[in-house]
Design a binder for this molecule. Structure first.
Ligand SMILES: C[S@@+](CC[C@H](N)C(=O)[O-])C[C@H]1O[C@@H](n2cnc3c(N)ncnc32)[C@H](O)[C@@H]1O
Length: 336
């Protein structure tokens, strides 16, 4: 029996048409996941979420590129499609498996496991909590970040150029700027127009608010393919193998568990996908032995170059290489 139906919600998934984003090339890795998962979606899930999410005309329901941070199942999205601030703000997201809904808070999409919890609050280690403060978030691009130069960081423009070179194989794809802070690099990635989409992701609500303000003040950016997402690096809200490049500037030393984070980054990268990170080294070969013990105990988790390489390699990343200047390291590795 053939049922004729004009509502996209009542059509089998493989017949649902998705609005096309003009910026996405057909070669791009960044397409609605439905297209990529088409053959793996079971017939039993073919009619999507029409009873769970209240239906409205002219709004698509599609399997999204964002995934549930609990079970990693692609989220079902109801609302305008596309990876930009306005369409994401106007969309609702739901995990069919966990029956959990996610939506935008202020101007970022909250995809943490604790999103919308009423009673439970979780305190993270101090190096994560520090950046949740409104004052630190405000000061970050207004002096705080500039101080990194004293430790050998070349500065945002040069760091961006270096990262771009490593990201060559990811041109046209989806970049996730993990621990983006106030979006210093996310904005540069989006402005470059070299990628089909940029996700600016951080755990700090206030950093994301700053990022939003910076984007809004920049006419060339407000309509770009950029999304603001709150998430924990140890629980990234993307399906396995769905991301072309991950950037993590000055972040590894702030993460509660660098090993969980690098494992997560490896999981979400597609085969051939690139990870580029920068951080402060605990010490380098030129650091006097006498000084080294004093660099062990700080509030941050500074690693050595050998530890960073070990971490990447043990998570299965290959082609590791790095550039070092004083305490600054930019490292890159690739998912085979
Ligand atoms: C020093 S800032 C780096 C900002 C920016 N990427 C840069 O290059 O300047 C470190 C960032 O890591 C974020 N962060 C700390 N713990 C995190 C976690 N568990 N998950 C995601 N981001 C985290 C902080 O909120 C902060 O914005």
């Amino acid at each position: 029996m053939v049922i004729m139906c004009s509502s996209p919600f009542l059509r089998p998934l493989h017949q649902v048409e998705f609005p096309k984003c003009p910026c996405l090339s057909t070669k791009s890795q960044f397409r609605p996941l439905l297209l990529r998962f088409k053959t793996t979606i079971r017939a039993s899930s073919a009619v999507v979420a029409e009873s769970d999410l209240s239906t409205q005309q002219n709004q698509a329901i599609e399997v999204d590129f964002f995934a549930c941070p609990i079970c990693y199942e692609p989220l079902i999205r109801k609302g305008p499609s596309g990876l930009n601030l306005s369409s994401i703000y106007r969309s609702g997201f739901k995990c069919k498996r966990c029956n959990k809904s996610y939506s935008s808070k202020d101007r970022y999409l909250d995809l943490t496991i604790t999103a919308a919890l009423r009673e439970y609050t979780e305190v993270q280690p101090s190096r994560t909590e520090l950046f949740r403060s409104p004052l630190v978030s405000f000061l970050y691009e207004r002096g705080w970040r500039q101080n990194f130069r004293q430790s050998g960081f070349p500065g945002p423009d040069e760091e961006f150029k270096m990262a771009q070179e490593y990201f060559e194989p990811a041109i046209g794809g989806l970049v996730v700027d993990v621990s983006c802070g106030s979006g210093l690099f996310s904005r540069k990635f989006a402005k470059s127009r070299a990628y089909s989409g940029v996700v600016a992701l951080d755990f700090s609500e206030n950093m994301l608010r700053q990022c939003y303000d910076f984007i809004k003040k920049d006419d060339t950016l407000s309509t770009a393919n950029i999304a603001l997402v709150r998430a924990d690096v140890s629980r990234l809200p993307f399906s396995s193998g769905s991301v072309d490049a991950v950037h993590a500037g000055a972040a590894l030393h702030c993460w509660p568990s660098p090993s969980n984070a690098v494992a997560e980054i490896t999981r979400i990268l597609r085969n051939g996908g690139i990870f580029v990170g920068t951080t402060f080294l605990r010490y380098t070969s030129s650091t006097p032995w006498i000084v080294r013990p004093f660099r062990e105990r700080t509030g941050y988790g500074y690693l050595t170059e050998e530890e960073i390489q070990d971490l990447c390699t043990s998570c299965g990343l290959t082609n590791y290489s790095s550039k070092i200047q004083q305490s600054f390291i930019m490292f890159t590795a690739q998912k085979p």
